[in-house]
Design a protein around this ligand. Structure first.
Ligand code: ADP
Ligand code: ZN
Length: 581
């Protein structure tokens, strides 16, 4: 776009030159010898003159019968013309300049004006083009012509981001309804899961420029530089109207305050963070600017960043499940020659691989195939690249999980899911997965709790049972001596609810309707009996949970095994498995 504009300036330059040439030629014609007026009267008297050309200039042009030509002073007497005519001399009155002269002059004038205007425009725009060039040292890739087709899997994240795309395309539409669209979006999830890719795709889909900065760019710079960079970035983005501003590794500047030990870098972070917050409150809802930030650790961020009007939309970008892995692998294989690859099988073997790792697996395979001078990538190349990729990444990344552990996680999550569906159908189980989150759980079951202002006692008891469902399933399938630490989080949730029931909600025997924390110094003496009662309650509920799972063993197996295969199950699939006999 800019390049074409650069070439446009040649057009007025050419027309200017051409009109100058034409003008020069016509004036050459008229550069003729000048003679004294007395010589002219001599010629006049001896009838040598054929034509006299009179124009606005102080000179007039004389053509002689023999073809000679000269100019002389125009006396500007009223009688001159009459006298000439009476002498049989032709008089050409050219007081208006000939078209041959006016047209090139007009064109020359217009061309010069255009050139000046174009230079003025370039100087104005050039200011920003220079600045965005120096911005490019730390803005990653400005030519973000990507769209959502470049991102495989991540369907939920893409769906949330479609709103943002629509907003960027038609901010007026939302403004008309008085809707407040998010200024900031945080994408969170493991490294390499496609957060940057998604942000670029948002810009690409909406057809707006993409500006990027990384939080780590600020870590080592002098105080004040980071803040200036932030202001500069926003200024550039605003000068383009609509834009996507991407801030990678936002935790580098947005870590909860008071976490750091080293004072100077903290100052810098604070200044940068403040500049960011100020800039974000500085643009209006309808401007069509969206800031997308990425982090691996949502829980580490300063709450100031997460407040409404700032980064108030949080979208998880999770590790791909087997289905998504298959799509990512296919996407990256698309433009590479390959034969007889069982992509489904590769997807199965690459549990816990991020999109970036899958991409690198395919790339390694392509390099191996090239080294072999092979016609295409074969499964042997993939096998070899797989072992390189695994060796290249630290073990702690849990790149490959033993089948046995996967099975345990599958049963654990199936236990939660099944009990949830049986006992709390109002809390929708929307998703079960054995793919871990950044929070470190082995897998998780996502429920959307019913929205009520209070809970009945049976709800709380069922909630405890759902929480215990994971451990109960482990015990039933693998035996009491094979239970795992996977229930760690569940146990603390269970304890929490049971304790509150007895000590705060007046649902127990030991305290009756008394609230434990209100009894002051007597508090400690109630400790043991309360714990005893709590334990009894949870144990009883655990037995009931075991019982319920045993009764529904068939569904438990089905859910667990299909989790093992698919890694993620959604509400519809779960219902199908659990309720059709
Ligand atoms: P993040 O920002 O989450 O660390 P990136 O977006 O930088 O991850 O991903 C790095 C690379 O990994 C991408 O350029 C792409 O090649 C590949 N990749 C990651 N996720 C996906 C995905 N969902 N679909 C296709 N490619 C992906
Ligand atoms: Zn659990």
């Amino acid at each position: 776009m800019n390049k074409i504009k650069k070439y446009y300036i040649i057009i007025p330059i050419i027309t200017a030159i051409l009109s100058l040439i034409v003008l020069a030629m016509t004036s050459f014609n008229t550069t003729i010898v000048n003679k004294n007026y007395s010589l002219f009267t001599e010629d006049l008297n001896s009838n040598n003159i054929s034509t006299v050309i009179i124009d606005t200039s102080p000179k007039m042009t004389i053509l002689l019968n023999n073809g000679d030509k000269y100019s002389t002073d125009n006396p500007h007497t009223d009688t001159l013309k009459e006298k000439l005519l009476l002498n049989g001399i032709e008089v050409k009155d050219e007081t208006t300049p000939p078209l041959a002269k006016t047209i090139p002059s007009v064109i020359l004038g217009l061309s010069l004006l255009t050139i000046v205007a174009m230079f003025a425009y370039k100087a104005k725009a050039g200011g920003s083009s220079v600045a965005s060039m120096d911005m490019q040292d730390f803005s990653k890739n400005k030519k973000a012509a990507l769209d959502f087709h470049a991102v495989a899997g991540n369907e939920e994240a893409k769906e949330s981001l479609m709103d943002i795309v629509d907003f960027l395309k038609n901010p007026e539409k939302y403004q008309k309804y008085g809707a407040r669209m998010p200024k900031g979006v945080i994408l969170y999830g493991e490294p390499g899961t496609g957060k940057t890719l998604l942000a670029k795709a948002v810009a690409g889909e909406a057809g707006v420029p993409f500006y990027a900065l990384s939080g780590s760019d600020f870590v080592q710079v002098y105080v004040g530089v980071g803040a200036a960079r932030v202001r500069n970035l926003f200024k550039k983005a605003k000068s383009h109207g609509k834009a996507v501003i991407f801030i990678d590794e936002i935790d580098a500047i947005g870590k909860a305050r008071g976490n750091g030990k080293n004072g100077s870098s903290n100052d810098e972070k604070d200044q940068t963070l403040n500049a960011l917050l100020t800039e974000m409150s500085g643009f209006g809802q309808d401007e069509g600017i969206v800031v997308i930030a990425a982090t691996n650790r949502l829980d580490m961020l300063d709450t100031a960043l997460l407040r409404p009007g700032r980064f108030d939309r949080h979208i998880e970008v999770s590790l791909p499940d087997v289905n998504a892995r298959e799509k990512i692998l296919s996407l990256h294989l698309k433009n590479k020659p390959h034969e007889n690859l069982d992509i489904k099988d590769i997807a199965k073997k690459t549990v816990f691989f991020s999109g970036a790792k899958l991409e690198s697996l395919i790339n390694e395979s392509a390099i191996l195939a090239a080294k072999d001078n092979s016609n295409s990538i074969t499964s042997a190349h993939i096998e070899y690249a797989y072992s390189i990729t695994l060796a290249g990444h630290e073990k702690k990344e849990r790149s490959y999980l033993k089948e046995e552990d996967k099975l345990l996680t599958s049963y654990h999550e199936a236990g939660h899911g099944l009990i949830g569906m049986l006992l709390l159908p109002q809390d929708k189980v929307s998703k079960i997965t054995i793919i871990p989150t950044t929070k470190g759980a082995g897998g998780y079951t996502l429920t959307i709790p019913e929205d009520t202002s209070y809970h009945r006692i049976d709800y709380l008891k069922n909630k405890i049972k759902v929480s215990l469902g994971g451990r109960a399933a482990e015990e039933i399938i693998f035996g009491k001596d094979k239970i795992s630490t996977g229930a760690h989080g569940d146990i603390s949730q269970t304890t929490d609810i049971a304790l509150k029931m007895i000590t705060e909600y007046g649902m127990g025997e030991t305290l009756g309707l008394i609230k434990l924390s209100s009894v002051g110094s007597l508090y400690s003496s109630y400790g043991n009996p309360v714990i005893e009662e709590c334990k009894d309650l949870v144990n009883k509920l655990y037995e009931e949970t075991l019982e319920l799972l045993r009764e529904n063993r068939d569904s438990l197996d089905k859910i667990a095994l299909s989790l093992l295969e698919k890694e993620t199950l959604y509400e519809d699939e779960l219902k199908k498995i659990a309720y059709n006999k």
